[in-house]
Design a protein around this ligand. Structure first.
Ligand code: PGA
Length: 249
């Protein structure tokens, strides 16, 4: 059975005090849930967040990491550094990283390898831009993003891969893919995986949807058979909204 996951991507929000305040509110909302619940605070607050969520059922994850183990990469953090502060899952390939920090399929393939080599779980993000969808190229774009960064992996590696389809035109815009658009793309992604690795692998990989998920639309999106959860940006900064989404399963 593949896992249901709701992960909050806090992006560049919340200093230490705000992180603690939000975690306190989140802990007050946690109920037993069918879904795994994760939050991704900014790097400086990971160690604090890890300690203050211990035993709460909320997993703290990272928003990014570098592929190098150590060395002359000013400003970067490595998989081992994340592990050393209790972090076992990392988001890679978010469209904001691709757009503003020039991350390419090639660098992402290296980051995925580095995370898996340390036994970490990867939430790998990808998604088409509006122009791709308008020209009917969304499946080609998404297929290539997945193949280029992931299809050098072995079948067993996919036990530690979660996919997150995030159409760029729906991130932070208030515009959501319709539940049908999400389901169609998720089914295409699963078929792409099945064609390369077989049904057993494809059926076990969780595929999350991201892009303006809110309490009002989460239930319908999550009801689709190939949608296994969500990567939540804006709505994850409010504890009630975030748990309304978690409880939409
Ligand atoms: P959003 O962000 O929910 O604010 O659209 C989603 C994401 O970027 O992961």
């Amino acid at each position: 059975m593949r896992k249901q996951i709701v992960a909050g991507n806090w992006k560049l929000n919340n200093d230490l005090a705000q992180t603690e305040t939000l975690i306190t509110s989140l802990k007050a909302q946690v109920k037993t849930s069918a879904a795994e619940v994760m939050i991704a605070p900014t790097a400086t607050n990971l160690w604090h967040a890890y300690n203050s969520t211990k035993g709460s059922g909320i997993e703290v994850i990272a928003q990014n990491m570098h592929f190098a183990e150590n060395g002359a990469y000013t400003g970067e953090i490595s998989a081992s550094m994340l592990k050393s502060v209790g972090i076992n899952t990392v988001i890679l390939g978010h469209s904001e990283r691709r757009e503003y920090f020039n991350e390419t399929d090639e660098t992402l393939a290296k980051k995925v390898d580095a995370a898996l080599a340390k036994g970490m779980r990867v939430i790998f993000c990808f998604g088409e831009e509006l122009a791709d969808r308008k020209s009917g190229n969304e499946e080609t774009v998404v297929g290539n993003q997945i193949k280029n960064a992931l299809f050098h992996l072995k079948s067993a590696d996919f036990q530690n891969i979660v996919l997150a389809y995030e159409p760029v035109w729906a991130i932070g815009t208030g515009e959501t893919a319709s539940p049908e658009q999400a389901q169609d793309m998720h089914a295409f992604i699963r078929k792409t995986l099945a064609d390369a690795y077989g049904n057993d692998v494809a059926d076990e990989v969780s595929i999350l949807y991201g892009g303006s998920v809110k309490p009002a639309n989460a239930e319908e999106i999550f009801s689709k058979p190939d949608v296994d959860g969500g990567l939540i940006g804006g709505a994850s900064l409010n504890a009630e909204d975030f748990f309304a989404i978690v409880n939409a399963f």
